[in-house]
Design a binder for this molecule. Sequence first.
Ligand SMILES: [Zn+2]
Length: 424
Amino acid sequence: MRSPKNQGQVCDVVAVAAIRVMQRCDILASLSATPGSIERTYLSPAHAKANDMVQGWMREARMSTWQDAVGNIWGRYASSDNSAPTLIVGSHLDSIVNAGKYDGTLGVLLGIELCGLLAASGTDLPFNLDVVGFCDEEGVRFGATLLGSLAISGKWQDSWAELTDTDGISLTQAMQNFGLSISQASTAALDPASVRGFLEVHIEQGPVLESRDLPVGVVTDISGARRFSLVVEGKAGHAGTVPMSMRKDALLGASQCIALVEEATKRFNVLATVGDISCAPGAANVIPGSVQFLLDIRSARDRLRDRALDWLMAAMRSHCRKRGLNIDSIEIHSADAAACDSRWQRLFEHAMRDAGIEVNSLASGAGHDAMAMAGFTPMGMLFVRCKEGISHHPDESITTNDAAVALDVLTRAVCADADVAAPI
Ligand SMILES: [Zn+2]
């Protein structure tokens, strides 16, 4: 199947589509709980407005639309084959508090433009092409992430009904206020046999593509993270009376532990971060008696991450023991790495080559809806360069040209997939 890009004037059409995507990212940025900054959490009035807006744009692209049982918004560019499977393209419409404009929204809007290009060229695909705007990737309101994509991949948990937001509103109540019923939530699940794959285009949220001077890159894996709360226990005492040789200073012990975290990243080539630390009793003239800190460790390879973790925990215990300190840890989060489907990686690579873009790939250190879709259907991701790697921040920035390249590569990959799918 020929990509619309190869049909005469469509190169300009892609450029115009990218300009529209950027304008629409600006419009979605204005649909926020807080004027002047972006805050669009699950089941909020801003979420409802974003769904309405995106639904209107889907209809403009001649797609049929619906909202599912958990609040994901959908549009379909239908195949003429009624029994055809479905390829899903999308990302999320929710945001963190004080977010950037492109995280999530870019992938949804590029999907709509893809359908618009196909409709304009009269392309009949051998599969339905569905675009989804997921309702809750960030997990800001109820603390549980990826609710929209977990629901459609059949992993909705009934226990989530009792989750509450900071105002004490339960997920059950919030869904009701939104016009949904939590008793129907599990019906959002799709039949995996009817789904051909899932593609997500997303800003990189890191500096790698910019450092390579490349607009887009193929994602190989999404790293799996484990998080721990660690407590080092020593003995508080007077800063002026206890000799240095007789102290059990929890903060000195914790400092060595944190230095070991960096050592583990070098030895095992993983990423690890201590992003929060608190010290008690917490006074200038008191020897720290107890220190609590949070560790996040991640890698695209679970076994490597776990080996690094084993080494790190043993080393931290050994250092604490030498100082007469105790160290305890509680695991507070664990997610496995998700490998992107190799066939989709090849299709994106061919598409980049055809588009004259240097083929390159990178792993994702951040979680995405595609993680929830992995294992449910073959999943592929394409990253788009963002300025200075800044994300989850109002300074998040991409160029119109990079959005156009991403749309071009996505379109070529989908059309190449159509070539190998059963002909209509
Ligand atoms: Zn995102």
